[in-house]
Write a protein that binds this ligand. Structure first.
Ligand code: 4NP
Length: 151
């Protein structure tokens, strides 16, 4: 079983999409996917209604997800930890205990060589079109990630 954790700030906009999209592309017998936020603002909340809606427009249901905060034990529970932007990458790196933990933390967009800006833009204060943009960016990058994960 390969275990993958998607991480953003609030765990209500970006990482729930990355979680749902990646999960939909992988066999659940071999891959476990989850998401978390580095901040505690939205613990227990459903994903933002705009992320739920954009996913629904692509026939993906993320409405049953519940936000949780990233915790140090996630370094033990997961093989790969993907940060949605540099800020959250740094937040996670600041919690690492050793080189093994550090080695698990990746910037999600590093895998997507066609994208120059390695931050998935935070859409929280944006418009619905920003959610459509990040959906496509995350979906394209998850396709690349699936190829890597399946080796
Ligand atoms: P996310 O977006 O990190 O993609 O879930 C945000 C959600 C909430 C806040 C910021 C970003 N906030 O400031 O509450």
């Amino acid at each position: 079983m390969t275990r993958i954790l998607m991480v953003c700030l609030g765990n209500i906009c970006r990482s729930p999409l990355a979680h749902g999209i990646l999960q939909s592309k992988l066999n659940e017998d071999n891959f476990y996917v989850d998401s978390a936020g580095t901040a505690a603002y939205h613990i227990g909340n459903q994903p933002d209604y705009r992320s739920v809606k954009v996913a629904e427009n692509h026939n993906l249901d993320i409405s049953t997800q519940s936000a949780r905060q990233f915790k140090v034990s996630d370094f033990d529970a997961f093989d790969y930890i993907y940060a949605m932007d540099h800020s959250n990458y740094t937040n996670i790196i600041n919690l690492t205990r050793n080189n093994n933990d550090i080695g698990k933390v990746k910037l999600f967009l590093e895998i997507n060589t066609s994208i120059v800006n390695k931050n998935v833009p935070d859409p929280y204060y944006g418009e619905f079109i920003d959610f459509e943009h990040i959906y496509n960016l995350i979906d394209d990058t998850c396709n690349l990630l699936v190829d890597v994960l399946k080796g």
